[in-house]
Design a protein around this ligand. Sequence first.
Ligand SMILES: *Cc1c(COP(=O)(O)O)cnc(C)c1O
Length: 404
Amino acid sequence: MSTPTSSASSQQHIMGVYNRAPLAFERGRGSRLISTDGEEYLDCVAGIATDGLGHAHPVLVEALKTQGEKLWHVSNIYRIPEQEELADKLCAATFADAVFFTNSGTEAIECALKTARRYHVANGQPERVDIIGFDGSFHGRSYAAVNASGNASYLEGFGPRLPGYIQLPFGDFEALKAAIGPTTAGVIIEPVQGEGGARALSEAQLDELRAITRDAGVLLIYDEIQCGMGRTGKLFAYEWASDAAPDIMTVAKALGGGFPIGACLATAEAAKGMTVGVHGSTFGGNPLAMAVGKAAFDAINTPELLDNVKTVAGFFTQQLNGLKDRFPDVIVDIRGKGLLVGVKLIPNNREFMVLARDQKLLVAGGGDNCVRLLPALNLTLEEASEAIAKLEKACETARAKAAA
Ligand SMILES: *Cc1c(COP(=O)(O)O)cnc(C)c1O
């Protein structure tokens, strides 16, 4: 064991898996973050679509404090009333009948994949094990999740790929029809891809996907970990389509408003193989997490907040397309849905993030050389226009740099 050379904190003992910005924060409120060196930033990352209500939302702070003084953790060997209440809320608001709570998105994915295979076991078809996913997807970092996403850079160096995972081009439903066969268990897809660069399926595509999977008797799994919980202006992105409810859905990120929570939702039919003893979690759904989750859910699932998402998203789309027209040498595409906005760039997206940071604006990276705007869902129009002004300055600098 080595000791740090100074009393100041260092990254010396942190595993080097992250490409971190040289920036740390001390506190936040709403969409404002104050760095440890006292600078104020406008936050359009929101913990990667996780702080759906911004930082230090008073309702969440209150829920955390109140529960923190009562009870944190007891284990799922007992009934947990707060868990039952949040499950009731999720099922009342969605297609689902049953919920399994986790601490992260990845664990919700694990539960979804297990649920799909167990469903076919319960139906007497244990040979149905294959999970079909799509290029550019992101489902997390466990072995099952990286195999479901199929992203080569996340699989590299971790031994053999798991059998039973197939990837197709995003949105290629002819290939999907051809790929579904007697060993298929289910299809997993993000209705709006997040990390992959904010690519959205159209409403017609969602309906078509539902029809294909229903006709084939395989389960449809939506990963709404990033695009769900109000991000697109509906509580869940699948609601934009007329008839596209899935059999299983994963939720996390904004579900806890910044507290680590995930959930796997399923219809009673799809969940029928998940019987006593087949799955579990120590922390998943504990009283502390559930108290915060209930407060976050109630604050997000309101017409006012969802309307705000649509209004601010409309403003962003219009303004960003204006920037694209004025800076065709910097911005080549605006994509995504709601407040999951992708800006595809000509300059390197990582370098552009630094230019935005110089303007005290935080944006996230994304696949396909995009930066993503994933602000809190309660971002105001004033804050949104401030973000646009900062982005415009970043575009000017990017243009000047390219000319130099
Ligand atoms: C973030 C994310 C995950 C993984 O969630 P973790 O909480 O990091 O485990 C899975 N799917 C999607 C779409 C995500 O955005």
